[in-house]
Design a binder for this molecule. Structure first.
Ligand code: ATP
Length: 238
């Protein structure tokens, strides 16, 4: 039903100058759902996440988050409404400590006792970060930096987490660990919009998926059905 829809993209187009990165894209996410975007390089996956978190402007259409037209709000306001983006490349602040990076994730909040409790909880949830909390973030391994980016996003108490390529460049054992954490977040009721090059991995965790090609929706459906779809298999499941 419309009420349970956390996010709605209606006819969304995005241009970078002359280049059209997204063409009249429609997508919905229900509260508690895990949805994945699949597609080759340049298909428009990152652009979709950037459009949702107000990092790029729409040239057409609209995006509703909890019924609110996101174009009426600044990116920071969206964070305080529970929308958090973990961008590709992680964007942690390498010259700050792990702890200070985590604290920055709560910049939109003012409930200090709760922030402290959440900080303790994240350190418990990510023991590797706890061990390294006083180290500069730039000294962390790739996998640890990805965990820090995730933990920092969780410090904003998101309802919807936008994840751009969380497994990119990581060793398989670390990827397993990241996906174990994502499953746990789902169980906590956090909705996920997951962009992944590894479609097998993405479809294994997602409820539904959308396949994009050159900015256009090719097919969407239940993750299980997509995993068995011939076109999807041939193009993305190797
Ligand atoms: P990737 O896995 O490479 O990030 P993607 O599916 O996320 O792929 P997007 O990054 O959304 O794809 O890019 C969609 C299209 O828009 C591509 O053709 C890309 O070259 C173009 N594009 C993306 N960002 C910009 C930009 N800042 N300026 C110009 N063109 C851009």
């Amino acid at each position: 039903s419309l009420d349970s829809q956390l996010l709605v993209l209606e006819n969304v187009s995005v241009h970078y100058g002359q280049i059209q990165a997204l063409r009249q894209f429609n997508l919905t996410i229900q509260a508690g759902e895990c949805v994945t975007l699949i597609g080759a390089n340049g298909a428009g996956k990152s652009t979709t996440l950037k459009a949702i978190s107000r990092l790029v402007n729409l040239s057409q259409g609209q995006i509703l988050y909890q019924g609110r037209n996101i174009q009426r709000y600044r990116a920071e306001s969206l964070v305080s409404f529970g929308l958090a983006h973990v961008p590709e490349g992680r964007r942690i602040l390498s010259r700050l400590t792990v702890l200070d990076n985590l604290k920055l994730g709560a910049y939109c909040r003012q409930d200090w006792p709760q922030i402290k409790a959440d900080l303790a909880q994240q350190l418990q949830f990510f023991p590797r970060l706890a061990e390294r909390q006083h180290q500069l973030a730039g000294t962390l391994s790739g996998g640890e930096q990805q965990m820090l980016a995730l933990a920092r996003a969780l410090m904003s108490r998101p309802k919807l987490l936008l994840l751009d390529e969380p497994s990119l460049g990581l060793a398989p054992v670390i990827v397993q660990e990241i996906f174990r954490i994502l499953r746990e977040l789902r169980q906590q009721g956090i909705s996920l919009l997951l962009v992944e090059q590894n479609a097998n991995l993405a479809l294994a965790i997602a409820d539904r998926g959308y396949v994009l090609e050159s900015g256009e929706l090719i097919v969407s459906g239940k993750a299980q059905d997509l995993a068995e779809d011939q076109r999807v298999k041939q193009a993305y499941l190797g």
